[in-house]
Ligand binder design. Structure first.
Ligand code: PGA
Length: 237
């Protein structure tokens, strides 16, 4: 079963969401795949109320690495869990820009797992052709002392492909995916799901999903268009 993640980033309003799901839900058939909507915190509850399909999961886009306390503006794993949220993206490159490092990401993964929530861990190199050592280091540090194997998914998102419109170099991406696969096997995570993210859209999704050895994709911009995103999901049905 493939996983298709929509990362809405800092987009949306209540009206937009109502209209979005009217269109999306009447256009998709989700039987053979799992769809995850990672939406802004303030909309988690609203989206959860609208979406009743068992194969659609609702995720946050981030979570604090602290358990609770004096951390103004932060949201904890226990809060997400108490709202019936399924998990969170952690370590997105748009957050790493603000100082989030692998040590913090590792704490987030552990605390999410403690509350039985999943982590989609984003990793990826900044520049082309420098992936191997960076990916190995990121995986090692992010997965340090993590034993809850069912709670983690890796999203390989080369920073150079996120939010861009260039043609994707699938050969280079395939090479990085292979490095990640070997590394997670070395660490004893044989069955860990690996997703690809960065410039996935309705025009290239089929090629990406059929040519790369991956368990799904993470979609940013094109997930904001309900018709385009439903088309990506429907490829798998
Ligand atoms: P994009 O974003 O699909 O707009 O490149 C991907 C992401 O959020 O990681």
């Amino acid at each position: 079963m493939k996983t298709i993640v929509a990362n809405w980033k800092m987009n949306g309003t209540v009206d937009y969401i109502d209209d979005y799901f009217d269109k999306f839900l009447s256009n998709v058939k989700i039987v053979n795949s799992e769809v995850i909507f990672a939406v802004p915190y303030v909309f988690l509850e609203h989206v959860k109320k609208i979406v009743k399909n068992q194969n659609i999961k609702i995720f946050a886009q981030n979570c604090s690495h602290e358990e609770d306390g004096a951390f103004t503006g932060e949201i904890s794993a226990s809060m997400l869990s108490s709202m019936g949220i399924d998990g969170s993206i952690v370590g997105h490159c748009e957050r790493r820009k603000y100082g989030e490092n692998c040590e913090i990401i590792n704490k987030k993964i552990k605390i999410l797992a403690k509350y039985n929530l999943k982590s989609i861990i984003c990793i990826g190199e900044e520049n082309k052709n420098q992936s191997e050592s960076i990916l190995r280091e990121q995986i090692k540090e992010c997965l340090y002392e993590i034993d809850s194997k069912n709670h983690v998914v890796i999203a390989y998102e080369p920073v150079w492909s996120v939010g861009r419109n260039d043609n994707l170099d699938l050969k280079e991406i395939a090479h990085s995916i292979e490095i990640i696969k070997n590394m997670v096997i070395e660490l004893g995570f044989e069955k860990l799901k690996i997703l690809y993210g960065g410039s996935v859209n309705k025009n290239n999704a089929r090629e990406i999903l059929t040519n790369l050895d991956i368990n799904g994709v993470l979609v940013g911009r094109d997930s904001l268009n309900p018709m385009n995103f439903s088309q990506i999901v429907n490829f798998l049905e």
